[in-house]
Design a protein around this ligand. Structure first.
Ligand code: KIV
Length: 262
């Protein structure tokens, strides 16, 4: 598959759904390259990879380290680096941190969470040469401020506010928007109200593509499985069975046999 550019991604609006997945390292990125249109180095890595209970502890250094690794594993895939909590508090800080992503990795774009209230940041970044993916709806970086993960779009007022958010982010220059944890009919209306692709996670099937956290999708993350996650593999079971077989064979001195010695 040929690597996407901003324009080939935008052209997919109302076309074939875009496939986005998270990736955190070169090992898995290499495996995902055949299938994914876009790899997102999500700050969710600090949960599934780092063992933390939310995304707020991710740092710029960590995001850069993991983004560089993903780009090495999937050099022909469009890669987006998630900007961690606190890294885009104002225009200058946002640009300085986005510049680090561009200077220290070959990533194609960055992602920031927030709607109309963050559109000034999207505008500043895009006017200064940074490609920006927006993220509206349920915002994981606001979990402590909001006291939990709250599905959005449950009232007409919230639906209209999401449409305002999406339009503000588009007008500010973003080329794509992730919409998370939103009632499916509302997410469809949001997607129909802008001319850039809207990628859903827990937002139904009426949007322009889907993103899932890879460790959820592969059934590797056991602590919590959100309602919207479909597990395409029971990865935890497969890993535990393989590890148990290895352990058994080491203990029984069956491994290594003559096939595995010099
Ligand atoms: O951090 C992440 O993995 C994300 C996805 C949930 C979209 O932002």
């Amino acid at each position: 598959m040929k690597k996407h550019s901003i324009s080939t991604i935008i052209k997919r609006k109302n076309g074939d759904p875009l496939v986005m997945m998270t990736a955190y390292d070169a090992l898995f990125a290499r495996l995902f390259e055949e299938s994914a249109d876009i790899l997102l180095v999500g700050d969710s890595l600090t949960m599934s990879f780092g063992g933390n209970s939310d995304t707020l502890s991710a740092t710029m250094d960590q995001m850069i380290y993991h983004t560089a690794a993903v780009c090495k594993g999937a050099p022909n895939t469009f890669v987006i680096c998630d900007m961690p909590f606190g890294s885009y508090i104002d225009e200058k800080t946002a640009f300085a941190n986005a510049l680090r992503v561009y200077q220290e990795t070959p990533a194609d774009a960055i992602k920031i969470e927030g709607g109309a209230d963050k559109s000034h940041l999207v505008k500043y970044l895009t006017q200064n040469g940074i490609a920006v993916c927006g993220h509206i709806g349920l915002l994981p970086q606001s979990v402590r401020a909001e006291g939990g993960y709250k599905v959005k779009g449950k009232t007409e007022e919230e639906a209209l506010s999401l449409i305002v958010d999406a339009r503000a982010i588009e007008n500010a220059g973003a080329f794509i928007i992730v919409i998370e944890g939103v009632k499916a009919d509302v997410a469809t209306r949001v997607a129909q109200s802008v001319s850039i692709p809207v990628i859903g996670i827990g937002a139904g099937n009426g949007v322009d593509g889907q993103v899932l956290v890879f460790s959820d999708m592969l059934g590797l993350y056991e602590p919590f499985v959100p309602k919207f996650v479909k597990q395409y593999l029971n990865g935890a079971k497969a890993v535990k069975e393989a590890t148990a077989s290895y352990t058994q064979e080491v203990k029984n001195r069956k491994f290594p046999d003559e096939n595995y010695v010099y």
